[in-house]
Design a protein around this ligand. Structure first.
Ligand SMILES: Cc1cc2nc3c(=O)[nH]c(=O)nc-3n(C[C@H](O)[C@H](O)[C@H](O)COP(=O)(O)OP(=O)(O)OC[C@H]3O[C@@H](n4cnc5c(N)ncnc54)[C@H](O)[C@@H]3O)c2cc1C
Ligand code: SF4
Ligand code: SF4
Length: 1018
């Protein structure tokens, strides 16, 4: 069932009631009738909203994406009329299943995200609940302010979700938790009453009555509260009954007043719907210094925390742990390794990141000295790496932030599971607690990786469990034993990530039955109909109820024959050593594809908007469906038959993948390395095998095969660009937009001439050899780039051979990587092309000769997809020598081999703007392009912080994608180009250049052309 069907209330009712049930039908019909919001009730939509970053999965009745607060209210009223439970949701990054529920999920993150008011003088902001923390802080930066509850998920967590969970940041030792930073809230109860929650002594009406009710309970239970309430900063379980008799290490308000908004904080959407929040802002710290303390044992690191927190006279803002496993995983991750190395001295078992913040760096240096002295006193001289400059600090914090996700990149069925992740204990017991818990893990045949907030006694640890097998059983056993330790050390079982499905049952254990009864009364008072997230906090299910789990008892992967080789994921792992078995031994009926898809743990990093490529289609649409996470969930549901028996041929899969531009942003930016671009090839293959290929598919896919023939008719074919009516006819036949120009055919192209360069024999014998692989696009449509590259390489003194088939030179000899076939799911044809290319290049690779390419998506196919097409060792060897033009030159330059070329380049006279092709970025190659441009005297290239240009091969040419394609370009690329009208624009991707021409009416050139233009012609 497609969402387009839900156009009128009547047909909505029919379709939904038929596919789901009567109530769902009525609910959806009324939402369609009474709101403009998005009504998402297909099985795939419901499946995508059935999970969060926890191990749970509960399929909701439906999903509603309201346009504004008013529509949230309407939806709540409809739910009340129909008796349907409501599950409020922000970014869905909760780790305990808070946002999973069987009712109507209301997603605030797409539209309900305005900043309503900022008062810089009073340092307050009023915001809507769907606003993401980083987006708020971006607006506050120019005012020298920020909201300091800096959760690791700051790029995707919403303020409403943070309030729901009483979230806590790395710097909570300085700023407290969410509850310490919320000044007020507007909240709507399930009966429709709207309350203004703020200072109790100033409240009126319903808010006052609620306050009085809770106050009475708190007073009655004061002795119980004093006896049972954990006395740590990090306690987020249950409701904040202690607002009337503070138990927190840090009182909730600075003046001792009672704030009723704090009752809502941490209530996980069970008491009322937050409509707006008033937040206490803080001054942005002007200066920070970071001391990284290296410890020879984990125990010493834990033991030292209690002493370190006494340093800094109020300027200590964080003490964060990174353990050995995390260090090793970071060292193995190409994006993080250089950064983590800057923090290490020797081979530590753990490091603590100790941060001081204040007015200026000078005033902080004495604290750093104190830290060094303290470590000396504790018997650890020379253990502190001092980071005074901002850049290395920032990089290290990024790695620390990604810590949990790095840990999740373990392949195989055993995964680190979050359920005792954030128990908090008083600092004096930290070392003893962590030691004892490590023993618990050992007893149950697993181990935990430790990291996080040592300053406040909250250490994140996730034992590795296999949730498909004995994971739930072990979870129960470990949970029971861990809880005993928490009790022994007088800590809090739920110290950061909330209760949800995972810790609900421990609330009564933690507080005792009388306080738990009081919680029930609060819920009854505020939500008498039990509509808001029922069975969360109050009457929760057992945490190990496998019926509520993503990998529950019935989880089964459909056997499938994959087109690509996914065996690298088809492994088992050892929970203690984390060693994985050989590729292909993981017993996955889909040969590793399902396990690759399951690498997505739903953490939601793909919802970020900051630097990096991932995920352009989400950035434009803000739809869960068009997000890497949504796609991975759709694939998982399809591969396990949860969307029907047709597996990957299910149309919902193609719908979710439709706007994926195959940019590989996720391959690099997703912390667990979900490679959706590759998954799209596989899924397209299965879908097209079932439904067949369109004319457009064939036209694009076979382009390399007919290009030499078509070029002979360049004049005729180019007429399509001159006559709009022809373009319209072409659109109706092919689906390629009439509003786009097509690449211009050249009758006089690179391959039509006598092949330049040296022969195969000559290059094999040369002392300075290089092979140039000229792809279809640069060869047939932009020959100037191929000619320029040849000229530059020759000017640098290389003997250049143009790779070709072993046929006589000429057009029929041109080689192709198979990318156009891959993009259309024609894997067998791609394999033939790649096979031919690999065979042609093999003799050069065997001699260690560099194979240089110009078009990133073509050349890098040799280093990526060509390795999963079953081409064996030859493909491996060729991939090791396949480099982009700029990579080759940058490496040669570092080896001091480009002096001649450099002397032959004239100075740059204009500014140079550089746009990176997504695949260049995915392979971390942008520094090479910058290095190569800097060979030109006086060149000072600026890299445009852009995601995908939106053209992405044929994606942007398609009429159905035109708007999204242009929106992607408008996110940052085109505005940056317009901002500098005189700059030279460098873009190495052929489709990027086309998009820039279409969107900004500016010419962009390949870096080879740039260098060629700056060659001194003698
Ligand atoms: C890798 C990773 C790292 C994390 N690091 C941290 C960390 O450093 N500190 C930390 O505290 N947490 C952390 N978390 C947990 C989570 O990211 C935070 O709790 C975050 O604040 C949740 O925000 P969200 O927008 O995703 O909320 P959601 O998960 O969508 O919702 C959270 C709760 O708020 C409720 N809610 C949402 N909107 C409303 C509303 N309008 N009205 C009423 N209730 C509402 C929901 O029902 C739910 O109970 C981490 C999670 C992951 C996956
Ligand atoms: S795709 Fe990657 S970044 Fe997105 S939720 Fe899944 S694991 Fe996280
Ligand atoms: S390949 Fe690009 S568009 Fe597709 S899911 Fe990954 S980041 Fe998003």
């Amino acid at each position: 069932m497609n969402n387009a069907i839900l156009s009128t209330p009547e047909n909505t009712y029919e379709h939904i009631a038929h596919a789901s049930n009567e109530v769902a039908g009525r609910l959806a019909a009324r939402l369609v009738q009474e709101t403009q919001g998005e009504v998402l009730f297909t099985p795939a939509d419901r499946g995508r909203y059935a999970t969060d970053a926890s191990i749970y999965q509960v399929i909701p009745l439906g999903v509603f994406v309201p346009r504004d607060t008013q529509e949230v209210s309407i939806a709540m009223d409809i739910c009340r009329d129909l008796g349907v439970p409501i599950v409020p949701r922000g970014g869905g990054t909760s780790q305990c299943g808070q946002t999973t529920g069987a009712g109507l999920v209301i997603d605030h993150s797409k539209y309900v995200r305005n900043v309503l008011h900022i008062d810089a003088a009073q340092r307050t902001a009023v915001v809507e609940p769907g606003l993401v923390l980083d987006h708020l802080n971006a607006q506050l930066k120019s005012k020298g302010l920020w909201f300091p509850v800096d959760v690791s998920t700051s790029a995707q967590a919403t303020l409403g979700g943070m309030a729901g969970n009483n979230s806590c940041g790395s710097r909570s030792i300085a700023y407290g938790n969410m509850v310490h930073n919320v000044l007020g809230a507007t909240a709507r109860m399930s009966d429709g009453t709207v309350m203004q929650l703020g200072r109790f002594d100033q409240s009126t009406g319903h808010a006052k009555a609620v306050g009085e009710f809770v106050q009475q309970l708190a007073l009655q239970l004061q002795p119980e509260i004093d006896a049972h309430w954990p006395k740590v900063l990090r306690r987020v379980a249950g409701y904040n009954l202690d607002i009337f008799c503070n138990q927190n290490e840090r009182p909730y308000t600075s003046d001792g007043s009672v704030n009723l908004a704090h009752l809502l904080v941490g209530s996980e959407g069970t008491l009322a719907m937050t409509q707006s929040l008033t937040l206490q802002l803080a001054e942005l710290p002007r200066a920070k210094v970071l001391g990284v303390v290296n410890f020879p044992t984990f125990y010493q690191a834990m033991d030292a925390a209690q002493h370190i927190v006494k340093l800094g006279s109020g300027s200590l803002t964080a003490v964060e742990l990174v353990d050995r496993t995390m260090i090793d995983l970071s060292l193995q991750n190409p994006a993080f390794a250089p950064t983590i190395r800057t923090a290490l001295t020797g081979d530590p078992e753990a490091i603590l990141l100790v941060e001081f913040a204040g007015a200026d760096k000078e005033s902080l240096k004495p604290h750093m000295r104190q830290l060094v002295e303290l470590m000396g006193d504790l018997g650890l001289p020379n253990s502190v790496v001092e980071m005074i400059d901002d850049a290395p600090q920032k990089n290290l914090w990024e790695v620390r932030k990604a810590g949990l996700n790095i840990m999740m990149s373990l392949k195989g069925d055993g995964k680190p599971v979050s359920f005792i992740e954030d128990c908090a204990v008083p600092l004096v017991h930290l070392a003893e607690y962590t030691n004892a818990l490590t023993e618990v893990f050992k007893r149950h045949g697993t181990k935990g990786t430790w990291y996080a907030h040592a300053s406040v006694g909250t250490l994140h640890v996730r034992p590795i469990l296999d949730m498909r097998r004995d994971g739930a059983k072990k979870m129960r056993q470990i949970g029971e034993e861990a809880s005993e330790l928490v009790r022994k050390f007088k800590g809090a079982y739920s110290g950061e990530h909330g209760d949800g499905l995972c810790r609900g049952e421990w609330i009564e254990w933690q507080f005792g039955s009388r306080i738990n009864d009081a919680f029930k009364q609060i819920k009854q008072h505020l939500d008498p109909l039990n509509l808001l997230s029922p069975q969360r906090i109050i009457d929760p299910p057992k945490m190990d109820d496998t019926r509520l789990m993503r990998y529950g008892n019935n989880y089964q992967v459909i056997p499938i024959k994959t087109a690509l080789d996914w065996s690298a994921w088809n492994v088992h792992n050892d929970p203690v050593t984390e060693q994985t078995t050989a590729p292909g031994t993981g017993e996955d009926p889909s040969h590793g594809l399902a396990k690759a898809v399951e690498m997505c743990n739903n953490n939601g990093t793909c919802r970020k908007f900051d630097a990096g490529t991932m995920c352009p289609s989400y950035r434009v649409t803000r739809d869960e469906k068009h997000l890497t996470r949504g796609r991975a969930n759709t694939l998982r549901l399809a591969l396990t038959g949860q969307l029907g028996a047709d597996g990957l041929a299910n149309p919902d899969v193609m719908e979710a993948l439709d706007l994926c531009v195959g940019c590989k942003g996720c391959k690099r930016d997703c912390p667990t390395g979900v490679d959706m671009a590759r998954m799209k090839i596989e899924a397209t293959h299965h879908f097209k095998a079932h439904y067949g290929f369109t004319l457009k598919d064939q036209l694009i896919a076979y382009l390399p095969r007919y290009a030499s023939w078509a070029a002979k008719f360049a004049g005729v074919l180019n007429l399509r660009n001159q006559f709009p009516w022809l373009a319209k006819i072409a659109e109706s036949m092919t689906g390629l937009s009439a509003q786009r120009s097509w690449p211009t055919w050249q009758s006089d192209h690179f391959f039509s001439k006598q092949q330049p360069g040296v022969s195969k024999q000559e290059v094999l014998q040369s002392t300075k050899p290089v092979v140039l692989f000229v792809d279809t696009f640069n060869g047939f449509f932009e020959s100037n780039n191929a000619t320029a590259a040849l000229g530059v390489l020759q000017a640098a003194g290389y003997s250049v051979h143009i790779a070709s088939k072993d046929a006589p030179s000429g057009s029929q000899g041109h080689l192709c990587c198979g990318r156009t076939f891959l993009a259309n799911g024609m894997v067998e044809q791609a394999r033939q092309q790649a096979h031919e290319l690999v065979n042609a290049l093999l003799p050069f690779a065997q001699k260690g000769i560099a194979i240089v390419g110009l078009e990133p998506s073509c050349l890098l196919t040799l280093r990526d997809e060509a390795l999963v097409l079953g081409l064996g060792a030859s493909a491996e060897l060729v991939s090791q020598h396949a480099v982009l033009f700029e990579e080759f030159l940058a490496t040669e330059n570092k080896a001091g081999k480009l002096d001649v070329l450099q002397q032959n380049l004239k100075s740059a006279e204009k500014d140079i703007l550089l746009h990176g092709h997504c695949h260049q970025k995915a392979f971390g190659l942008m520094p090479s392009v910058l290095d190569v441009i800097k060979l030109i005297p006086k060149a000072n290239p600026q890299l445009i912080e852009s995601s995908c240009c939106g053209m992405a091969g044929s994606f942007g040419y398609e009429a159905s994608h035109l708007d999204v394609s242009m929106q992607m370009a408008e996110l940052s690329l085109l505005p940056a180009i317009r901002h500098q009208p005189d700059a030279i624009i460098v873009a190495d991707g052929t489709s990027c250049r086309h998009q820039i021409a279409d969107g900004a009416a500016r010419e962009a050139i390949h870096v080879a052309q740039l260098l060629s233009d700056h060659l001194l012609r003698h």
